[in-house]
Design a binder for this molecule. Structure first.
Ligand code: HSE
Length: 445
């Protein structure tokens, strides 16, 4: 049979920073191996970046470099636009314009898809083009591929992931060195692990963007960032990490989504995780995602969640997918959110007050008779069952001769609204001397 050699697919990059140059370099370096898989060449022929001199230096003289992203979108030779600008602003406009121009789009932009995904996927569906986003969640870990295809036989029950490297690095350092959050954040910024403005990372927003995308794919619901509960790590104290350790737990910032009889849980917050779970031992800037499916049971995916070549690995996997599928009937392609667009569900996302989980509580209390009884009495009256209690020596907490101490309580599962009521009642006790710390606890079984 005569082999027809097709012209390589032409790719235009919008933005060539850390990830873009990784994509360029890995595509060049592994060209032969990638071609053996894709069956058709993939060529970056155009790059848009405001810093044209830097961009030209990164890609060499054979690639056209322009300052105007719209010149890439307008070029009829370009088949795939890779959006690496980030953010919700101009990136949204350019992605929609690229779709309108009939280009397939690859993006690493979790913020854009978590907030505007519904609009973007609908536009892509109308135009019959693909929007691929493996790099948007957990960088180099092929979690989108796993959820959307590898686990397609399953009813997914829950996902829990360490999906922000910056915060995992900070928490690891806090635990290792016994330091407070502020001190470690400064050090992380000095070393370049945390951005100059780390708000999205440390407040849990970046993790929530990723959790929203995984939730949509796992349960066939629309992306709905506005419904996610988001709490970061800024209020965590070194003492809570230490007490958790003494109770056999580690504290991790988890992105969690769960299907329950009442609706979908979608939440990001610090969580106690049993120290013996593999995911509790994911340290530094690494990412890991646990997925529980009814048929497969619990699975775990681990790797680098950011960085030039790990993220490029995911972007190029999308380019290869598009290369294989772009001549296929649009109906034969894997749907953007794993479920057919006409089979999406409107299962509601639960308000945090309706979420059922267990808790770690730390109360700074007066070290006197009856305090423990009054605290546990409130929990008992509200039907909240205690799993463990740890009381520190007053001297250890407040120094020699101290009259206050820390009381740590682990509870069994209860609905969050009831825990809120218990916290309000406990906080009002005159013997509770400082704001109570509450950290949720996940057993992950
Ligand atoms: N800032 C993210 C992190 C990487 O720290 O994991 C990009 O989402």
């Amino acid at each position: 049979m005569k082999q027809v050699t097709l012209k390589p697919l032409q790719v235009g990059l919008l933005g060539i920073g850390t990830v873009g140059s990784g994509v360029f370099n890995v595509l060049q370096r592994n060209q032969g191996e990638i071609l053996r898989r894709s069956g058709r060449g993939i060529e970056i022929s155009m790059v848009a970046d405001l810093d044209t001199a830097r961009a030209q230096a990164a890609v060499g003289k054979d690639v056209t470099v322009v300052a105007d992203a719209r010149a890439v979108i307008a070029n009829p030779e370009i088949d795939i636009v890779v959006e690496l600008i980030g953010g919700y602003g101009i990136a949204r406009q350019l992605v929609l314009e690229a779709i309108e121009a009939g280009k397939h789009v690859v993006t690493a932009n979790k913020a854009l898809l978590a907030v505007h995904g519904t609009e973007i996927f609908a536009a892509a569906h109308r135009k019959g083009v693909m929007v691929a986003f493996e790099a948007a969640v957990a960088g180099g870990i092929p979690i989108i591929k796993a959820l959307r295809e590898g686990l397609t036989a399953n009813r997914i029950e829950w996902i829990a992931g360490i999906i922000n490297g910056t915060t995992n690095f900070i928490l690891s350092e806090m635990r290792d060195k016994g330091l407070d959050f502020d001190v470690v954040l400064k050090e992380a910024q000095r070393l370049g692990y945390a951005e100059a403005d780390p708000t999205f990372d440390i407040e849990g927003v970046d993790a929530a963007h990723k959790a929203v995308l995984m939730s949509a794919i796992a349960f066939g619901v629309p992306v709905q960032f506005d419904k996610a509960y988001v709490e970061g790590i800024t209020k965590l104290g070194a003492q809570d990490i230490r007490y958790a350790e003494q109770l056999g737990y580690r504290i991790k910032l988890l992105g969690i989504t769960k299907k329950t009889a009442k609706g979908i849980e979608l939440r990001v917050h610090p969580s106690l995780v049993p120290a013996k779970r593999l995911i509790a031992n994911v340290e530094g800037a690494m990412n890991a995602v646990m997925v529980h499916g009814d048929a497969v049971g619990t699975t775990l995916y681990y790797g680098k969640g950011a960085g030039s070549e790990p993220t490029a690995s995911a972007v190029i996997a999308d380019l290869v997918d598009i290369t294989r599928l772009h001549t296929a009937d649009a109906a034969q392609r894997v749907p953007h959110l794993a479920f057919q667009p006409d089979a999406m569900s409107d299962t509601p996302v639960l308000a945090m007050g309706d979420v059922v989980t267990s808790y770690y509580l730390r109360l700074n209390v007066a070290d006197e008779a009856g305090v423990l009884a009054s605290v546990t009495g409130i929990l008992a009256a509200l039907g909240i069952s205690i799993d463990a209690v740890l009381q520190r020596e007053a001297d250890e907490v407040g120094g020699e001769g101290s009259t206050q101490t820390d009381l740590i309580i682990l509870t069994h599962d209860c609905v969050e609204a009831r825990m809120n009521e218990a916290l309000a009642q406990m906080q009002a006790l005159p013997t509770v001397l400082a704001p109570i710390t509450r950290i949720r606890k996940e057993e992950l079984v």
